[in-house]
Design a protein around this ligand. Structure first.
Ligand SMILES: NC(=O)c1ccc[n+]([C@@H]2O[C@H](COP(=O)([O-])OP(=O)(O)OC[C@H]3O[C@@H](n4cnc5c(N)ncnc54)[C@H](OP(=O)(O)O)[C@@H]3O)[C@@H](O)[C@H]2O)c1
Length: 260
């Protein structure tokens, strides 16, 4: 066989995964390692970063020199300095930045929304996201083979009962941000992955029983009959990284929730 045209597209690429120690992040990291990329994970907790790097190296010992990670708290008031420090530690050029940091889900009825809660809810998902792109793209070549992937959600287009107004606005904002940044940063590509409900620790706050009931109710309506798994969603990120012709797009992976 002549040299592969598709399976090597990510080989040797350096990819930073902000929020890379969560359910989605670990799946994307595994996929990138399997495709030969080097990954740098980041999240707020040093111990968690170390633990996830160790798990990945134990699963993929041959990739031990392609896995690293650094803590960076994106919820801190010193977020901009923390991000500068992160990229200084990462060092060198990056090919892609995948932003999937998200803290506890802030669902609440509209009457409970306050200025302080709204600002807190934005810090990791939007405020830090734009700062990571601002600082991180200084470390990228101006090339269509380089890209940024943001993470929004299907809530931007499909409402759910139960106090989702702040997240709907954040998700819609991220879709718009991806389009605008694709324009501003061209030829670097910028896309947004919009997941539906994916089975990860993000739903822990509901408690085991609450989560089961929520998933069962959702699964009774969605076409696939199954909430998304992180390894399903990882494909949406891979697409954004691999298709050098895709920019300013919102890529959905949501169990067909728009048809429900
Ligand atoms: N799962 C879903 O159903 C779903 C649906 C739509 C959108 N999303 C979005 O997809 C992204 C990934 O979600 P997930 O399901 O993988 O969630 P997850 O398992 O809870 O992972 C969240 C990640 O964000 C990091 N993080 C949280 N607070 C942070 C902070 N202050 N600074 C830096 N990193 C921080 C976490 O690490 P530390 O806690 O160690 O910092 C972790 O790496 C999130 O943006 C989420 O909103 C998920």
């Amino acid at each position: 066989m002549s040299s592969p045209r598709f399976s090597n597209k990510l080989a040797g690429k350096r990819v930073l995964l902000a929020g890379g120690t969560g359910g989605v992040g670990i799946s994307v990291a595994q996929a990138l390692i399997e495709f030969g990329a080097s990954i740098i994970l980041s999240s707020s907790r040093e111990a968690k970063v170390r633990e996830v790097c160790a798990q990945l190296i134990s699963t993929y010992p041959e990739a031990k020199d392609r896995v690293s990670g650094y803590a960076c708290d994106l919820a801190s008031p010193s977020v901009e300095a923390n991000i500068e420090e992160l990229f200084a530690k990462v060092g060198g050029e990056l090919d892609h930045i995948v932003y999937m940091a998200g803290d506890r889900l802030p669902m609440m009825p509209l009457e409970d929304v306050t200025l302080e809660r709204w600002q807190r809810c934005n810090q990791v998902r939007t405020i830090a996201a734009i700062l990571v792109v601002k600082i991180g793209t200084k470390y990228m070549k101006k090339d269509r083979h380089c890209s940024v992937v943001l993470t929004g959600g299907s809530i931007s287009e499909k409402p759910i009962a139960g106090g989702w107004s702040m997240l709907a606005l954040i998700g819609a904002g991220l879709n718009g941000l991806a389009r605008q940044l694709a324009f501003d940063l061209a030829p670097i590509r910028v896309n947004c992955v919009a997941p539906g409900i994916i089975e990860t620790d993000l739903w822990q706050g509901m408690g085991e029983e609450g989560k089961k009931a929520f998933f069962a109710s959702h699964e009774s309506k969605i076409p696939t009959g199954k909430v998304g798994q992180p390894e399903d969603l990882a494909e949406a990120y891979l697409y954004c990284l691999r298709d050098a012709n895709a920019t300013g797009m919102v890529v959905h992976s949501n169990s067909g929730t728009f048809l429900a």
